[in-house]
Design a protein around this ligand. Structure first.
Ligand SMILES: NC(=O)c1ccc[n+]([C@@H]2O[C@H](COP(=O)([O-])OP(=O)(O)OC[C@H]3O[C@@H](n4cnc5c(N)ncnc54)[C@H](OP(=O)(O)O)[C@@H]3O)[C@@H](O)[C@H]2O)c1
Length: 213
């Protein structure tokens, strides 16, 4: 599979490395691709870099891993390059404000989500929320007590969610399909919960798991 990863940050790196590890071809995108030169030099023959639009065009599957406040603008910027494609949305709507007692501040309200805003801006993209409720160091084949953790996903397109479920399986996660795009209103705030032990106790090595009888 060819994967375009939009993001020069920690999430973009970890997921790009994860896709490479599992045998896929990857192009990472940035407004300034030059800053990804060191990554490209060390990432092997299947790794490329380019602009955000070039990475989006390259991917059969596209990963959105940019700052939440820049996500809609980034999707708007790549335009039709994501039309018809599965877009894995790892972003969270974190505001440019410090946490309060370890509680991160969002720029979305409770009956809104960033995924829905992105889907509105790119109606032909097949967006799936995934990887948003765990820290980057645990995104690819995490080793945790208690077996596979759960990745909560959602999106309007059932086939896109099936594809992302396959990717999550490869990356060591049980996918829990929470339904349509609106479910991102519940999934995105899991990021706030996930960060609390980190900010309060410097404990960043946990993941959610849904338990059933
Ligand atoms: N860090 C984590 O562990 C974690 C876990 C789960 C989810 N997330 C979410 O994943 C996303 C990426 O997080 P991150 O920590 O890897 O990096 P980040 O610092 O949140 O984002 C870096 C990326 O955002 C882009 N960006 C920043 N400002 C921009 C602007 N004004 N216009 C256009 N693009 C802009 C940068 O583009 P350039 O390359 O062009 O500079 C870069 O690619 C975020 O939405 C975050 O909430 C993070």
């Amino acid at each position: 599979m060819k994967v375009g990863v939009l993001g020069s940050g920690a999430v973009g790196k970890v997921l790009a490395d994860g896709f490479l590890k599992h045998g896929h071809d990857v192009m990472r995108g940035s407004r300034d691709p030059g800053k990804l030169a060191d990554w490209k030099a060390g990432a092997g023959a299947k790794a490329r870099t380019g602009s955000m639009a070039e990475a989006a065009r390259f991917g059969d599957v596209v990963v959105l891993a940019v700052k939440g406040t820049a996500a809609v603008e980034t999707v708007a910027g790549v335009g039709p390059a994501v039309d018809g494609k599965v877009v894995i949305d790892a972003t969270n709507p974190i505001a440019d404000a410090p946490p309060t007692n370890g509680v991160v501040r969002f720029f979305t309200g409770p009956n809104e989500s960033l995924l829905e805003a992105l889907q509105l801006r790119a109606p032909k993209a097949r967006l799936v929320k995934a990887f948003s409720c765990v820290g980057n160091t645990l995104m690819v084949n995490p080793r945790l007590a208690g077996g596979k953790p759960t990745m909560f996903i959602c999106g309007a397109d059932a086939d896109a969610k099936r594809q992302v479920t396959g990717i999550l399986d490869q990356f060591g996660w049980d996918a829990e399909d929470c339904g349509g795009a609106e479910a991102a209103r519940a999934i995105e705030p899991l990021c706030i919960l996930w960060c609390i032990p980190g900010f309060l106790k410097n404990d960043w090595t946990h993941a959610f798991k849904l338990l059933r009888p």
